[in-house]
Ligand binder design. Structure first.
Ligand SMILES: Cc1cc2nc3c(=O)[nH]c(=O)nc-3n(C[C@H](O)[C@H](O)[C@H](O)COP(=O)(O)O)c2cc1C
Length: 193
């Protein structure tokens, strides 16, 4: 079984990336193969809306994105992490997600996807400096849900961590990530959710 982790924080010692890595470790200890892409460290070009992918099912730009897409397509589970930036995800992560337009664009062609009876599980981890409020994770949660669904993953299980900038308040949520990961590991592999 394989899990792909996609992290979006550019920060050294990032909280959200740490939580994602904790999650990947738990998968690994349980015999899963893990792959981690630290998106801000990669040289990913932004989508230019040339629409090449609408006819060709692949991107005109050549960089590391196609390799990441292939790994996501083959994964049994997906974890994405990002800090909240201006009530959204980081720019670096959004640039990567926009480059996944070829996956979305398949529906413009003759491509008839097989109906997905059982969706693969996914997790979204988001951290924010401020206190919780109704809108804090609204945008990032929706973006990652659309991203996961585009690849045929189920709606992510969300792990939201707030007040990260107040160290005395910061709860690393190790227990939460552990529980969410173990729930996925304990699914019947053939079942999905
Ligand atoms: C450019 C920028 C924008 C941010 N915008 C918000 C915001 O809108 N709301 C918030 O609560 N925190 C905001 N923060 C704080 C980060 O979300 C917070 O520090 C987060 O925990 C960092 O996660 P990381 O350690 O994984 O990078 C912002 C930080 C930066 C650098």
């Amino acid at each position: 079984m394989k899990v792909v982790g996609i992290s979006g924080s550019p920060r050294k010692d990032s909280f959200s990336t740490d939580i994602l890595k904790n999650g990947l470790e738990i998968f690994q200890k349980n015999g899963w193969e893990t792959i981690h892409f630290d998106i801000p460290k990669l040289n990913i070009k932004p989508c230019t809306a040339c629409n090449y992918c609408h006819q060709n099912n692949e991107c005109f730009l050549k960089d590391e994105v196609q390799g990441i897409i292939d790994k996501i397509n083959r994964a049994d589970a997906l974890i994405v992490s990002s800090p909240v930036y201006f009530y959204s995800i980081t720019g670096q992560l959004k640039v990567f997600i926009d480059r996944c337009q070829p996956i979305w664009a398949k529906r413009f062609n003759d491509y008839k996807p097989k109906p997905i009876l059982k969706k693969r599980p996914s997790i979204f981890i988001a951290t924010a400096g401020s206190k919780m409020n109704d809108n804090l994770f609204l945008s990032s949660k929706f973006i990652i849900k659309v991203f996961a669904n585009t690849f045929g993953f189920a709606e992510p299980k969300n792990i939201f961590v707030v007040e990260t900038d107040r160290q005395e308040k910061f709860d690393f949520s190790k227990n939460k990530i552990e529980q969410v990961v173990l729930d996925i590991i304990n699914l019947n592999p053939a079942d999905g959710i």
